[in-house]
Design a protein around this ligand. Structure first.
Ligand SMILES: *Cc1c(COP(=O)(O)O)cnc(C)c1O
Length: 406
């Protein structure tokens, strides 16, 4: 059996096996775990070898500089592509670098982007402020409302960008229906799949062209590193994305790629346990008198539960809810917590809570917050790996404080 058997055996692996084994490329030392190639450059046998490395075709068969590619990053790219069922993947320094590169590499002045309104804060900035400054027409629609997509996509469009479930209130976009409208409008569909994780939703199978991750979230999932990924067709990645990345340099550190490779090995275990915990927490919140509304795609009370069933394999590791007592209650709830941390990260082993109206979405004008249903009492909870009984005890402490604060 060759030491590099992962590269020689035909792949019929299921997700869990893929996440432990796909992409492993052993060095001459035949190490068990993926090696960390923490180097910026590469050397050549002679001048002709260097010339060949820089000339096509097959020029990407050899690493020439870590801004362009690195063996550790390449292992991560191979593993992520196999999990997603994508032809190709490029990793980036952060999720935002992935979003920006995927949009900027293909949009030019005079073109048009249609996007769902409920976006991660920095995505909102790129779509509504940065791209328009460069002459790209930007149109926002309410993601769950197909009629608005239909109207916006009645005109020729170049890119459609959406996030589902959305941050922070977990509304859903029907990816299949929007992709069909986008196709007619001539647009590439880019989906930010962070909240669903690559395990629970397959945008490419639903008709999307490009999928994006912040690997900072569930893929690391242990609060250590930033990272991002863009996945799609080989031709698009090579012709549009790679030149943009090579020449602008949002490169993922090989160290971070190595941490993310290790993170992927336990992704299915962590996400399954966090989803179980999230469901238990969502059910507890649903019963509480202090809570006006719980939004969890895995519960029948979610306004788009049928769509969640159709396009997602399971709920989510996140729960959004509104406290009846507004900002006072939301602050009292957070301040009473002894286990769950107040933090704006998500997908982490540690349960984290944030108040979007005053943190992640503070910048948004009041009427935009209202349109997104981000109220003064809204909280977003990312459920971690703690014992669910401890989490529910903590939630009960928060609820008691919210009751007193009214
Ligand atoms: C966190 C996040 C991003 C940005 O990722 P970073 O790694 O923080 O740059 C983009 N989209 C969504 C939905 C996110 O949650």
């Amino acid at each position: 059996m060759p030491a590099n058997k992962t590269d020689t055996i035909r792949k019929t692996w299921r997700a869990a096996t893929t996440l432990v084994r796909e992409g492993t490329q052993r060095s001459g030392w035949f190490e068990t775990s993926e090696a960390l190639y923490l180097n910026s450059g590469f050397v050549y046998d002679d001048a002709a070898d260097a010339e060949a490395a820089f000339a096509g075709p097959g020029k990407d068969a050899r690493f020439v500089y870590s801004r362009f590619g690195n063996p550790t990053n390449a292992m991560l790219e191979k593993r992520l592509a196999a999990l997603e069922g994508a032809e190709a993947c490029k990793v980036t320094a952060s999720g935002m670098a992935a979003v920006f590169a995927a949009l900027a590499c293909q949009l030019s002045a005079g073109q048009r982007i249609v996007s769902s309104r409920a976006l991660f804060g920095s995505c909102h900035y790129i779509v509504t402020e940065l791209l328009p400054r460069w002459g790209v027409e930007s149109v926002l629609v309410d993601g769950p409302d197909l009629a608005q997509w239909k109207t916006a996509l009645a005109r020729k469009t170049d890119v459609v960008f959406l996030e589902t479930p959305s941050n922070p209130m977990l509304d859903l976009v029907d990816v299949k229906a929007v992709a069909a409208l986008a196709r007619k409008a001539g647009a590439q569909v880019v989906v930010d799949n962070v909240f669903a994780t690559p395990l629970y939703q397959k945008p490419l199978e639903l008709g999307a062209d490009v999928v994006i991750y912040s690997a900072t979230k569930h893929i690391d999932g242990q609060g250590r590193v930033l990272g991002g990924a863009v996945l799609g067709r080989k031709a698009w990645i090579e012709d549009k994305l790679v030149p943009f990345l090579r020449h602008t340099g949002p490169t993922l550190s090989a160290f971070n790629a190595w941490v993310l490779l290790k993170g992927l090995e336990t992704l299915p275990l962590r996400v399954a346990a966090q989803t179980r915990n999230a469901l238990a927490v969502a059910k507890r919140l649903e019963k509480a008198r202090e809570v006006a509304r719980v939004l969890y795609p895995g519960l029948p009370s979610h306004p788009q539960y049928k769509l969640a069933k159709r396009q997602m394999k399971a709920g989510s590791t996140l729960v959004a809810f509104d406290l009846a007592g507004g900002k006072k209650a939301a602050f009292a709830f957070q301040n009473a917590l002894q286990t769950i941390d107040i933090s704006n990260n998500l997908g982490d082993a540690k349960s984290l809570i944030c108040h979007p109206a005053t943190t992640t979405h503070q910048r948004l004008p009041a009427e935009e917050k209202a349109r997104l249903a981000i109220g003064p009492g809204s909280l977003r909870l990312s459920v971690g790996l703690e014992d669910p009984a401890d989490l529910i005890e903590d939630i009960d402490r928060g609820l008691a404080a919210a009751r007193k604060a009214r």
